[in-house]
Design a protein around this ligand. Sequence first.
Ligand code: PEP
Ligand code: MG
Length: 750
Amino acid sequence: MAQSFETESRKLLGRLRDTMAEDAAGQARLDKIVQLIASSMGAEVCSIYLFRDAETLELCATEGLAAEAVHQTRMRLGEGLVGRVARKRQAINTPDAPSARGFRYMPETGEERFSSFCGVPVQRLGEVMGVLVVQSRDARTYSADEVYALEVVAMVIAEMTELGAFVGDGAALSARHKQPVLMHGTVGQEGVVEGQVYLHEPRVVVTNLITDDPEAELTRLRDAVDRLRVSVDDMLNATPNRGGEGLEVLEAYRMFANSRSWMRRMEADIQNGLSAEAAVEKEQSLARARMSEAADPYLRDRLHDLDDLSNRLLRILTGQGGETGAEMPDNPVLVARNIGPGELLDYGKRLKGIVLEEGSVGSHAAIVARAWAIPLVVHAGNITTDALNGDRIVVDGDQGIVHLRPDETVTTAFRDKMAMQARAQARYASIRDEPARALCGSVVALHMNAGLMADLPSLPSSGAEGVGLFRTELQFLIRNQMPKRAELSALYARVLEAAGGRRVAFRTLDIGSDKVLSYMKANDEPNPAMGWRALRVGIDKPGVLRMQLQALIRAANGRPLTVMFPFVAQLEEFRTARAEFDKALERERILGHPLPERYEVGAMLETPSLGFSPDIFFQEVDFLSIGGNDLKQFFFAADRENERVRRRYDTLNVSFLSYIEMVIRRCRAHDTALSFCGEDAGRPVEALCLAAMGLRMLSMRPASIGPVKHILRRSNLDEVKAVIDGARERGEMSVRPAVMEWLRQRDWES
Ligand code: PEP
Ligand code: MG
């Protein structure tokens, strides 16, 4: 019986392929498919419903129901049995449909005559595109084999839908991946850009879904799985020292790669007429559907592993590597599920925009995007599934909105907005060489943050007075191996030359947390952001720190030098680091190299503890720079990379501002120079409040200097301080509403 069914299923798929090869297009093609399925399965009705929009299913073809109902009968997701199949992503198989839970009678279809109902989702990779239904007069339950055959056929229909095989009159038949899609995400970096999609990991395209030579396909599958197993074993062997979770993940990989049931299911699919690729995709679809349902994070992770393995297997089978050969378009907008700072840096500044399906605003990848002033939207729907390489895309980083394949009206509106932004840029350019002198007479020094050689040309063009934060780790992140001292020293010398005598505050290596160097042994830490990172690594394993300090002194070659240590949590750490600097100076002196004519050695204040250090700390440190990104996450105990908690706490929260005020007061008492170099320094309203609290040096991404200078030059900081104090006295949680109101009254909201 199983054997004869196998043959039937294969025959059905074979006939389906023949139908696809015929000349018929659009609706005619779909009509033929439903006729074919109905006759092959001995059912009186076969219908295909496809999504017309995200919420509505439309009857697109039928054999057996009233022909007039095609493109007329619609139901919402979850409505009726068809809507329930789509929502649950599960088959419904019942001999008595009218009595089944959720049944909804559609009089225009004439379906009252039919008793049994079997509907399966038309889905690809966990994304439901519609529902395939067979119905019969007699009260029968379709066998497991028949349901299986329907699912296989539904998957082929999903692939065809995706490839635009049914493009026709109805909206539901317009080719998928041709319709405009609007997504609401979260603002990562402001700015508006129009460009073309460039997928970080292009999807593997499977076109041969059906086979009439199962033996050959089985051999292909087994060979590919063998290669997959070898590659997973290699991965495991390449990471012998990784204990804990990392190893666990790889072991889980190995377990899946060797799973007999996984293999058996795929082999059965091939026997039933699917190609090796289609069999892998079918399993992957199932895993994705389960992933979206799984509440248990461990199970979700494992399903994610399976998804990943399926991708690897598909790449082996199709020969489509990570590189599918897609050329980078002229105005590339990078689309990815997520991306690390190192990978982003590999793309360089060619990118015009970035859209991430996951990602987070506080991550270092986001900081790189901001440093480059590239519009970034994170948490953008299902962008990696919806977008194809080369699709037109508009990224509105101001609103956190993405328009994929926008229509003319949307494009025109955005072009107008871009023109307006260009006018604002012209306004900023006109004050570029003016100081940021507020109306009360106070002058705030505006510096820029940098980390790459490519950032330096922005120094003169932005109007920055210097580089308030040079993130040296970015140079380490873009390499595949540890840079040599001579290389670093040449690079730092070029930075100093490009700065043309302006101050550059070199921050020593801040690795750990989300900045992982591929060539350094990774540590599996439960909380990397609070783990062994930054100066903690520099103190415990001082080799790299020493090399870096030496490279900096040599690069200065007698010129003034500014060095700051990241993530100092207590006085002793600063003392140890400073002692390393002094030793490096001494070593260079003995070696006969010129010493900097002046130098300053400072610390970043990124942990609340440092602000409460003994007075002597403020006397010993040459300057302090508040790293607001980390400080805020530790002040509020809110992970800067976790969107859920990150936005709960406002920088303009009175507790945070009062803490900053205390640091300002203590620095003033000891005459210690103080600056602020976190991302908030580049946000005009935040910058205005920080200046009003008494900060006289702010360091930000270059593109923020114009807008921040503009707002400062039009404000009286004493007035802003009075507004802040008023809000504090009234016991308000954040001073933002009061400051915004004050700005509004001056018509500056824009
Ligand atoms: C900060 O924490 O505010 C900072 C400037 O350092 P980074 O963002 O590189 O951690
Ligand atoms: Mg930091």
